[in-house]
Design a protein around this ligand. Structure first.
Ligand code: NDP
Ligand code: 8X3
Length: 256
């Protein structure tokens, strides 16, 4: 797929991997539909995408957890933005790092509502149009955490295992259409992810990346753009990437 002029919807575009992905597609001359809850952060990313070469940009204030809001936001897009070519289901988060049997049910709800149900709601709103138009590509952000759960992370890891199952099921449901489905599964990436997980505890968040070189958001964006830019008949089912300091979701090499 040539990316110049394609409409790319990125959820969770206000930060981290989503923002880097928007910028990477901008450099290819794509048209960017940016979605997230923090409008001021989205506005910053929007202006950077234009500097980077985006053909145009349109931002949507969107909480993916609300089914009707998601459907309405997609249904109400201006006609010139309605024909989405690429959907990057990136919005997601983790809350807490705690044994399941002492975990907070409100944290579970937030993770499952965002990472699983939010991804489903956006997919349900966008994919029918792709099928009708006979073109499209969905990229879902999974994680190495979805392959191998780590202690105190059962619910987050479970939400990412669900993304893998949904990704593989969706690819089967779309068989016979030209619409492609890819899961991009990074290991540890230095973003606001840990700050959000630990509710703003910067010291605790920094320890996650201490003594190792993590992936950058740009590394992940690069993999996403690569998958989407393969020839139309090639479906990259899944990309797993980690830094050389990580073997899987449990095993890290730290210099100090
Ligand atoms: P960040 O915290 O930097 O970004 C998360 C993004 O998700 C933000 O833009 C946030 O926007 C958005 N978001 C969260 N909740 C909602 C919601 N309810 N509705 C809409 N948008 C929402 O983290 P990352 O960039 O690291 O995370 C992006 C994705 O990558 C997530 O799915 C994460 O699970 C996955 N991932 C991250 C890894 C890592 O180590 N960082 C590794 C593997 C996968 P806003 O708050 O403005 O709504
Ligand atoms: C997010 C990264 O380190 O929690 O999927 O596995 S990690």
């Amino acid at each position: 797929m040539k990316l110049n002029g394609k409409i790319v919807l990125v959820t969770g575009a206000s930060s981290g991997i989503g923002a880097a992905t928007a910028l990477a597609f901008a450099a290819e001359g794509a048209r960017l539909l940016l979605a997230a809850r923090r409008a001021s952060k989205l506005a910053e990313v929007a202006s950077r995408t234009l500097e980077r070469g985006a053909a145009s940009v349109h931002s949507i204030d969107l909480d993916v957890r609300h089914h009707h809001a998601v459907q309405t936001a997609i249904d109400d897009l201006p006609p010139e933005w309605a024909e989405i070519d690429v959907l990057i289901n990136n919005a997601g988060l983790s809350r807490g790092l705690e044994k399941l049997y002492t975990g907070k049910t409100e944290d579970w709800d937030e993770m499952i509502d965002t990472n699983v149900k939010g991804l489903l709601y956006v997919s349900r709103a966008v994919i029918p149009g792709m099928v009708v138009r006979g073109r499209g590509h969905i990229v879902n952000l999974g994680s190495t955490a979805g392959d191998l759960p780590y202690p105190n992370g059962a619910v987050y890891c479970g939400s990412k295992a669900a993304v893998h199952a949904i990704n593989d099921g969706l690819r089967q449901d779309l068989l016979g259409t030209p619409v492609r489905v890819t899961s991009v599964d990074p290991g540890t990436v230095e973003t606001d992810f840990s700050l959000v997980r630990f509710r703003g505890d910067a010291g605790r968040a920094a320890k996650v990346y201490q003594g190792l070189t993590p992936l950058s958001a740009e590394d992940v964006a690069d993999a996403i753009v690569w998958a989407v830019s393969r020839p139309d008949h090639v479906n990259i089912a899944r990309i797993t990437l980690t830094s050389v300091h990580q073997a899987n979701s449990l095993l890290f090499h730290r210099e100090s």
